[in-house]
Design a protein around this ligand. Structure first.
Ligand SMILES: Cc1cc2nc3c(=O)[nH]c(=O)nc-3n(C[C@H](O)[C@H](O)[C@H](O)COP(=O)(O)OP(=O)(O)OC[C@H]3O[C@@H](n4cnc5c(N)ncnc54)[C@H](O)[C@@H]3O)c2cc1C
Length: 597
C-alpha cells in the first residue's frame, strides 16, 4: 500500500517563510487569515486527504468506474468520501460568500488542491471541474443564472463539467459541430456529441451542470462562431427544485491508461435546454476563465502526484538493502546497505525533491498573485499580479505536469522491479500523471500559447512582471555572502533568457515556424530560470536557520538548492543550444522522408 503524508512543513516554508502570510492579510477580505487559521485549515485538509482520499486511491484505480445503461457509478468508497468532502465544506473554501462560499484566499486553496491530487487525483477531478465551472459562471453568467446555480455548485450538492471536445475536434475548437438553436423564450436547444468529458456523468451529485461550447446556425465561421451554454443534466425550476430530465445522456465511458476512478464520458445532448453564458460568439474566450483555473489545477496534479511518488521512492530507498556503499560499508549491522547510499539513487531522489519543492514555491507565488489580482485595492498592483499569473499559467500547467510524470517515472526506477508491479502503487502514479500533460491543452499547446501570446502580450508587459523583480533581486544581493555560489549563475541564466527571448522574437517575426520549433524548449528554459530565482530566495531564508532547531529540514533545503543549481539548472545550456539550432532541422525534411521504409 503506497504511503502519503501531506508536506505541511514544506507548505509552511513556502507560505510563511518565503512569501509571508502578512502579504495575504494585507488584502481586503483576508484580514482574518491568521497563521493559526492557515494551520487549522491545512492540518484538517491534510487529515482528510491522508485518511479518506489516499486509502481509496489504489482500490479506485483497480476497480475503475462502471457504466450501466447511461448511469455511471464511481468506485467503492468514492461516494462516501465525496459526502464527507462536502460536509467538511471543502468545495466552498475559496468561493464567493455571496453564493455560500467561505471567501478564503487562493493561497490556501492551492495547497489543499495539491494535497487532494497527491492523495487521489481521480477524486480531485470531480470537485475540481465543479470549481472551474463555478468560477466560469461567476465571471460570465447573468445574475439570474448565478443565483439559480451557484449556491448548489458552491456547496457541492451539484457537480460541473466542461464540454469542449468532440470526436473530430480537440485542440482546434473552431471545428465544433454541436448546435444551439435559439428559442422564442430566450433559451437554446443544444444538440451534439462531446467526448472525453471528465465528470460528465457520475453518482456523486444529484445534478450536473454542463458548460457546453456550441454554435448557433448562420453564425461566424470557425472559432468566432462558438458560444458557451449552461446545460443542466436535470432542469431546475425557479424555486431551485429539480424537475425534468434535459436530454443529456452518457453513451459510454472511456477505458484509459490512468485516472481510472475519474469518469471520462461520451456525452450526448439531444435538444437539451441550454442558457447562453456571456455574449454570443464569445464562448472560447469566456471558457478561458475556466480553462486558466483548470490549468493551474492541472499543474497541481503534476505537483501532487510528484510528491506522492517521491515519498514512496524515499521510503523504499531507506528500506531496501542492496549492495554496499562505494566508499565502504555504511550500515555494518545490516546484511547490505540501504540503496539510499548509492550516488545514482541520491541523484534521482534529489531530482524529485528539487522539482517538487521548486514547483511548490512557484505554486505559492502564483497563488499569491492570484489573490492580489482578485483583491488588491491598488489597480496597478492588481494589474501587475494578473499579468504575472497570465505569464506563469502555461509554465505551471506544462512544467509541473512534465515534472510530475518525470518524477513518477523516477519513482518506478528507484523501486526496481517493484516499481513495475501493481503491488507498490507507484506505477499508478506514472499512469495517473500522464494525462495531465495532455488535457486542458496539451503541453505542446501550452508552449505555443507561451511563445505566441504570453511573450508578445502588450509589447512584453507580462514578461516584465518576471524580469523586473528578478533583476531587482540580483541587484539587491550583489554583495551577499550567502548567495555567492548562486547569484552569478542566476545572473547568467537571466541574461541568457533575455537574450533568447529577443532572438526568438526577431526570428519568429520572420518565420512563425521558428517560434513553433523553439516553444517547448523555451518554456522549459523559462521555467528553470524562474525556479532558480525561487531557489535563491529559499537559500536566503534557510541559511540563518541551518544550525537551529530544525537543522535537518533547513540543511536539506540548502543541499537541494545546491543540487538544483549544479545538476538541474545546467539543462538551460542545452535548451539554449536547441533553440539556437532553429526550425530548419525540423522543417526541411520532406513529409515522405519520415518513412516508414
Ligand atoms: C482522460 C481525459 C479527460 C479529458 N477531459 C476533458 C473534459 O473534461 N472536457 C473536454 O472538453 N475535453 C477533455 N479531454 C480532451 C482533451 O482536452 C484533449 O484530448 C486535448 O485537448 C487534445 O485534443 P485531442 O485529443 O483532440 O488531440 P489533437 O488536438 O488531435 O492533437 C494531437 C496532437 O497534435 C498536437 N497539435 C494539435 N494542434 C496543434 C497545433 N495547432 N500546433 C501544434 N501541435 C498541435 C497536439 O499537441 C497533440 O500532441 C480529456 C481527455 C482525456 C484523455
Amino acid at each position: 500500500m503506497p504511503v502519503y503524508k501531506a508536506p505541511l512543513r514544506d507548505i509552511n516554508f513556502c507560505a510563511k517563510e518565503l512569501f509571508g502570510t502578512d502579504q495575504i492579510r494585507e488584502l481586503p477580505g483576508c484580514e482574518e487569515i491568521t497563521d493559526d487559521l492557515f494551520d487549522a485549515v491545512l492540518t484538517e485538509a491534510a487529515r482528510f486527504c491522508e485518511n479518506e482520499l489516499q486509502p481509496i486511491n489504489q482500490s479506485g484505480d483497480l476497480e475503475g468506474c462502471h457504466w450501466d445503461n447511461g448511469k455511471v457509478t464511481t468506485p467503492k468508497g468514492f461516494k462516501e468520501a465525496y459526502n464527507k468532502f462536502v460536509e467538511g465544506g471543502w468545495p466552498s473554501l475559496a468561493a464567493d460568500p455571496k453564493y455560500g462560499g467561505q471567501g478564503l484566499p487562493d493561497s490556501l486553496q492551492v495547497f489543499t488542491e495539491e494535497m487532494v491530487c497527491a492523495a487521489n487525483i481521480s477524486f480531485g477531478l470531480y470537485p475540481g471541474l465543479t470549481r472551474g465551472a463555478s468560477i466560469l459562471l461567476h465571471s460570465h453568467g447573468s445574475d439570474e443564472l448565478k443565483d439559480k446555480y451557484l449556491p448548489k455548485m458552491t456547496d457541492g450538492t451539484w457537480g460541473g463539467s466542461m464540454c469542449l471536445t468532440e470526436p473530430h475536434c480537440g485542440t482546434d475548437l473552431g471545428l465544433i459541430r454541436t448546435k444551439a438553436i435559439p428559442q422564442q423564450d430566450g433559451t437554446y436547444k443544444v444538440s451534439g456529441t462531446k467526448i472525453y468529458i471528465s465528470s460528465g456523468e457520475h453518482d456523486l451529485t444529484e445534478n450536473i451542470i454542463h458548460f457546453v461550447l456550441a454554435k448557433i446556425p448562420d453564425g461566424p465561421k470557425g472559432i468566432k462562431g462558438v458560444s458557451l451554454f449552461l446545460v443542466p443534466k436535470i432542469k431546475v425550476d425557479d424555486a431551485g427544485n429539480l424537475t425534468d430530465e434535459n436530454g443529456v445522456s452518457c453513451a459510454s465511458i472511456e477505458h484509459k491508461m490512468g485516472i481510472k476512478a475519474s469518469a471520462t464520458c461520451v456525452m450526448n445532448f439531444e435538444d437539451s435546454e441550454g442558457y447562453l453564458v456571456g455574449e454570443l460568439h464569445h464562448g472560447v474566450s469566456n471558457m478561458f476563465v475556466m480553462m486558466n483555473t483548470e490549468r493551474l489545477g492541472v499543474g497541481n496534479q503534476g505537483l501532487g502526484v510528484g510528491e506522492a511518488a517521491y515519498q514512496n521512492a524515499l521510503a523504499f530507498a531507506r528500506d531496501r538493502l542492496q549492495g554496499r556503499s562505494l566508499t565502504g560499508t555504511k550500515y555494518p549491522d545490516k546484511p547490505a546497505d540501504p540503496i539510499i547510499v548509492h550516488p545514482d539513487i541520491r541523484r534521482t531522489l534529489l531530482t524529485m525533491k528539487a522539482y517538487n519543492e521548486g514547483n511548490r514555491m512557484l505554486s505559492a507565488w502564483v497563488a499569491l498573485q492570484l489573490d492580489k489580482s482578485h483583491r488588491a485595492e491598488d489597480p496597478q498592483v492588481k494589474q501587475d499580479a494578473s499579468d504575472l499569473v497570465q505569464l506563469l499559467t502555461p509554465i505551471v500547467k506544462a512544467f509541473f505536469t512534465d515534472c510530475g510524470h518525470e518524477v513518477a517515472n523516477h519513482a518506478i526506477q528507484i523501486l526496481g522491479g517493484g516499481g513495475y508491479l501493481q503491488d507498490y502503487g507507484v506505477e499508478q502514479f506514472a499512469r495517473d500523471a500522464r494525462i495531465a500533460q495532455i488535457y486542458e491543452g496539451t503541453n505542446g499547446i501550452q508552449a505555443l500559447d507561451f511563445v505566441g501570446r504570453k511573450l508578445p502580450a502588450y509589447t512584453g508587459r507580462y514578461l516584465r512582471q518576471f524580469f523586473h523583480p528578478v533583476l531587482a533581486f540580483i541587484e539587491e544581493h550583489q554583495d551577499s555572502d550567502v548567495l555567492k555560489d548562486y547569484l552569478p549563475l542566476l545572473q547568467k541564466n537571466v541574461a541568457r533568457l533575455q537574450q533568447t527571448t529577443s532572438i526568438l522574437a526577431l526570428k519568429a517575426m520572420g518565420n512563425p515556424d521558428e517560434a513553433g520549433a523553439a516553444s517547448v524548449d523555451y518554456l522549459r528554459l523559462f521555467a528553470l530560470t524562474v525556479l532558480a530565482y525561487l531557489w535563491a530566495q529559499a537559500v536566503l531564508v534557510a541559511t540563518p536557520k541551518k544550525d537551529g532547531e530544525e537543522a535537518a529540514f533547513y540543511q536539506g533545503k540548502l543541499e537541494t538548492a545546491r543540487f538544483f543549481y549544479t545538476k538541474l539548472l545546467t539543462q538551460t545550456s542545452s535548451l539554449f543550444a536547441n533553440i539556437m539550432g532553429g526550425a530548419d532541422p525540423l522543417m526541411t525534411i520532406n513529409d515522405e522522408s519520415f518513412g516508414p521504409f
